[in-house]
Write a protein that binds this ligand. Structure first.
Ligand SMILES: [Zn+2]
Length: 302
């Protein structure tokens, strides 16, 4: 595996970076939170003097069984930031595609988990909207069409509508943050339940005229409806440009991964959410924040 970003990094420097991203300035036992005395084991791990737990930098993370060493992991994060396909990255660094893909899938799993945990309540003015992802059935490759038919996901002669993945999204204007969730249907029950879980009752909600959003004004501070057939939506505040901007952002980027399988779709989608929510970081900040997430740092810097 060739390196481009970390070639000049010594092992000591890489270890220092990982230590800081994992623990801040003090090693902390992941089991009991003890921060004072540890045995240093010969394999590089620590053992807590209070609870005896043995742990290393990757203990209890999604990549605790990875074959990559720390420098390779760090290198892979820089490549990830560039937003190429896993195939393209494997080719660029002359690495094993299967291993690299497995590593990135674990990373996506963790980013998805992090997004779910870190976005608690969206506040202020929020926009809500639903959309559909996925290619039309007739545009899918032949072997995939066959597979989908076999799984009973589409009936011969029928349109592609059922195959598209419905996704619901909430956009908070103040911080420019988005939260998305694939949904089985776009009924009032389904969508309003998510809105109630993820937004404060003090929120002003903006939506389009879809009937599932009816009645939100009873549960929240305010509900403004944007009518796309009306000239009004172009003026003033009554828009849902924020969430629509995210749909465009995500769809354009997911096009590059036209082969994403249904079981991986959610991971890729939440990866786009993570990228969008961290779009203001520089490349290096983005990588280091991602490293903190990947290493399950207890207190992650915002
Ligand atoms: Zn301990």
């Amino acid at each position: 595996m060739q390196r481009a970003f970390t070639t000049s990094f010594t092992r000591a420097r890489i270890e220092a970076i990982f230590n800081t991203r994992k623990f801040g300035d003090r090693t902390t036992c992941p089991n009991c939170g003890y921060r004072h005395k540890f045995w240093k084991l010969s394999d590089g791990r620590w053992q807590c003097k209070r609870c005896d737990k043995r742990f290393g930098l990757l203990t209890d993370t999604k990549i605790n069984r990875t074959e990559f060493n720390l420098q390779q992991i760090y290198e892979l994060l820089f490549w990830f930031e560039l937003e190429l396909t896993d195939h393209k990255i494997a080719k660029s660094i002359d690495g094993n595609y299967q291993k690299i893909h497995r590593f990135y899938n674990s990373l996506r799993e963790r980013l998805k988990e992090y997004e779910e945990d870190s976005i608690e309540l969206l506040e202020g003015e929020v926009e809500v909207d639903e959309t559909y992802f996925g290619a039309d059935f007739k545009n899918r490759r032949r072997h995939k069409r066959k597979k989908l038919r076999k799984e009973g996901r589409v009936k011969r002669g029928r349109g592609a509508k059922d195959l598209k993945e419905a996704v619901f999204g909430i956009y908070e204007r103040e911080d420019g943050i988005v939260y998305i969730k694939p949904v089985a249907d776009v009924t009032k029950d389904t969508l309003q339940k998510i809105i109630k879980n993820k937004t404060s009752i003090e929120t002003r909600i903006y939506s389009d005229t879809w009937k599932s959003y009816n009645g939100l004004e009873d549960d929240f501070k305010d509900h403004k409806v944007v009518d796309h057939s009306d000239e009004e939506y172009k003026r003033g505040k009554a828009t849902i440009n924020g969430i629509e901007g995210f749909w465009g952002y995500a769809k354009e980027r997911l096009l590059k991964h036209h082969g994403v399988s249904p079981e991986n779709f959610l991971n890729y989608l939440k990866e786009k959410e993570y990228r969008f929510n961290h779009r203001n970081l520089t490349g290096e900040e983005f990588v280091n924040k991602m490293l903190e997430v990947l290493l399950n740092r207890a207190e992650i810097t915002p």
